[in-house]
Write a protein that binds this ligand. Structure first.
Ligand code: BG6
Length: 480
C-alpha cells in the first residue's frame, strides 16, 4: 500500500518534551504557565485559560506544579532518545523550535546559546539518518510577547515572526527541507491563547481579536513562505490543521447542511487561505454575521494569494457529528472541542472518539479539494499504560489503534491520495498538551515519570516499539 519512499516517523513538540525552561537564556512561554490539571476533569474539555493574574503568579512561582517546564528533559536526553527513534527505523522526525529560546526578549536580540542547542539537535537527527521536519511555532508563545504586544492581536507580530523565521531559514536552509509555519492553526478561534497568545479577559470583542490575530498569522505565513523560496525553491513550507472531521447526524438535509458549515469554519477556511491563497466567500459571511471586521492592509490579500503553502499538513485524532437540532445529543471531547457523540464509535478514556475510517474519508476529502501532497503530522491516542513488575509494558490497544489508522491511510493511498509521510504523535511519552499530565501516554517508549515529574525518567521500550519497527522495516506489510 505504501510507496517505497514513504516517510515513516514520529513527532514531538518542544513545550511538551524539552523542559529546561529557564536554561541557557530561555524565557517563559504560555505552556510554562500551565498548571497540572486534576484527573477529575478528564471527561470534560476544559481549555486552560490563563489570565493576567495567573501569568504574574506563574512568573514568580517556584512550585513544581507546571509540568511543561520540565517536560521529559529532552533538552538533555535528546541524543539517547533519538537513538531509540533510529532503532525503530524512523525516516523523519518532526520537532518544534522554541521561539523564547531563540529570541528570549521577543525582540531582535538573538540568543546564540538557544540556536546552538538546535544546531546540535538538527545535526544529531541527521546523523541518525532521519530527515528533520521543523515546526516553527507549536503552542509555545513567549510570555514577553503577551506582555508587550497582547500576542498576535498586534500587527507587529508579523515582523517579529518573519524575523524569527529568517534566523531559522538562514541557518538551517541546507539541513532542513520540510517546515510547518504554525501547528494546527485552526485551533486559534477555540484556543486563542495557546496559538495566538491572546488572553481572554472578558473582552467584548474577543472573537474579533482572535480573527484579527489569525489574519496576522496568515500574512506572516505567506511572507515567510516567500522568503524561504527565495533562499531555495526546494524548501517545502507546509500548512497545518487539526482536521475535525464531521458527519451529519442523520440524512435529514438540515443535518447535512449543518455538517457542511461546521466543516467549512472548523477546517476548510484555514486550508483555503493557506493553500488556495484566498479567504473563501463563506468566511466573509461568517465574520459579517458575527460583527467581525478585519483590519486589512493594502497588500495583505495579494501577499496571501501569491505565496500559498507547498503541502497540506494535518493531524487526525477523532471525528464528530453535526446536527441542526442538537436536543438530546450527548457531549464528548474532541481535542479542544466539546462535540456530540457518535453512537457507532468507541472512545478513549478522555472521551476522544476513535474513528480509523474517518482518516481515509478525510484524506480523500482534503486531497480532492487541494490536490497537494498531504503529510500526516500527528495521529495517535492517549492511553493509560501499566509498567509491569518485570519492567515490561504491554500496549495492544495502542497497536490496534495505530494499525487500524495506518491501514485506512494505506487504503486512501490506494484510492489515489498523495500521502507523503506519517509522523505518529508522541513516539516517546511526554506531557499532555491539554491536561499537562503524564498519565495520558502516547509513546512507543515509556518514560518513568509521574504527573508531577517524579520518577527515574528511565526510557523503556513498550511492545508497540517493536511493532512500529516492523511497520517501518516492512513498509507496512504487517498492517492487517
Ligand atoms: C495536538 C497537539 O492537538 O494534540 C499536540 O498538536 C497534542 O501538541 C496532541 O499533544 C494531543 O493532545 P493531548 O492534549 O492529549 O496532549
Amino acid at each position: 500500500m505504501f510507496p517505497k519512499e514513504f516517510l515513516w516517523g514520529g513527532a514531538l513538540s518542544a513545550p511538551q518534551a524539552e523542559g529546561a525552561y529557564d536554561v541557557d537564556g530561555k524565557t517563559l512561554t504560555i505552556p510554562d504557565c500551565h498548571v497540572y490539571n486534576d484527573k477529575n476533569d478528564r471527561k470534560v474539555t476544559k481549555q486552560v485559560q490563563l489570565n493576567r493574574g495567573a501569568i504574574e503568579e506563574a512568573k514568580v512561582s517556584t512550585e513544581r506544579k507546571f509540568p511543561k517546564r520540565w517536560g521529559i528533559d529532552f533538552y538533555h536526553t535528546y541524543k539517547d532518545d533519538l537513538k531509540l527513534f533510529k532503532e525503530m527505523g524512523f525516516k523523519v522526525f518532526r520537532y518544534s523550535i522554541s521561539w523564547a529560546r531563540i529570541l528570549p526578549q521577543g525582540d531582535y536580540n538573538v540568543n546564540e546559546k538557544g540556536l546552538e542547542f538546535y544546531d546540535q539537535l538538527i545535526d544529531e537527527i541527521i546523523s541518525n539518518d532521519m530527515i528533520p521536519l521543523i515546526t516553527i511555532s507549536h503552542f509555545d508563545f513567549p510570555i514577553v510577547l503577551v506582555d508587550k504586544y497582547s500576542g498576535w492581536y498586534s500587527r507587529e507580530l508579523i515582523d517579529l515572526y518573519v524575523h524569527y523565521c529568517k534566523i531559522l531559514f538562514d541557518r538551517y536552509k541546507d539541513k532542513v527541507k520540510y517546515w510547518i509555519t504554525f501547528n494546527e492553526i485552526n485551533m486559534s478561534i477555540k484556543a486563542g491563547q495557546k496559538t495566538l497568545g491572546i488572553l481572554n479577559e472578558g473582552q467584548e470583542n474577543y472573537e474579533q481579536m482572535l480573527f484579527q490575530g489569525l489574519h496576522h498569522q496568515f500574512v506572516a505565513a505567506a511572507k515567510v513562505t516567500e522568503y524561504a523560496h527565495s533562499l531555495n525553491a526546494d524548501l517545502q513550507i507546509g500548512s497545518m490543521v487539526a482536521y475535525f472531521t464531521t458527519y451529519a447526524h442523520t440524512c435529514n438535509p438540515d443535518d447535512a447542511f449543518a455538517m457542511l458549515q461546521e466543516d467549512q469554519m472548523k477546517n476548510q477556511f484555514y486550508l483555503d487561505v493557506l493553500n488556495k491563497g484566498e479567504y473563501p466567500y463563506y468566511s466573509w459571511t461568517y465574520m459579517k454575521n458575527r460583527g467581525i471586521e478585519l483590519v486589512l492592509e493594502k497588500d495583505d490579500l495579494s501577499i496571501i494569494a501569491a505565496h500559498p503553502a507547498d503541502f497540506v499538513g494535518m493531524s487526525y485524532y477523532n471525528s464528530m457529528i453535526s446536527a441542526s437540532d442538537t436536543a438530546g445529543l450527548e457531549l464528548t471531547n474532541a481535542n479542544v472541542h466539546s462535540v456530540f457523540k457518535n453512537p457507532y464509535l468507541p472512545a478513549n478514556d478522555w472521551g476522544w472518539q476513535i474513528d480509523p475510517v474517518g482518516l481515509r474519508y478525510t484524506l480523500n476529502h482534503v486531497y480532492s479539494r487541494y490536490k497537494k501532497p498531504i503529510f500526516i503530522l500527528e495521529n495517535s491516542s492517549g492511553f493509560f499504560d501499566k509498567l509491569e513488575d518485570d519492567g515490561t509494558i504491554h500496549d495492544p490497544y495502542r497497536i490496534q489503534f495505530l494499525n487500524d489508522h495506518i491501514k485506512q491511510m494505506g487504503l486512501a493511498i490506494l484510492d489515489g491520495v498523495d500521502v507523503i509521510g506519517y509522523t505518529m504523535w508522541g513516539p516517546i511519552d511526554m506531557v499532555s498538551s491539554s491536561t499537562s499530565e503524564m498519565s495520558k501516554r502516547y509513546g512507543f517508549i515509556y518514560v518513568d515519570q509521574d504527573d508531577l515529574g517524579n520518577g527515574s525518567k528511565k526510557r523503556i521500550r513498550k511492545d508497540s516499539f517493536f511493532w512500529y519497527q516492523t511497520v517501518i522495516t516492512t513498509n507496512g506489510e504487517n498492517i492487517i
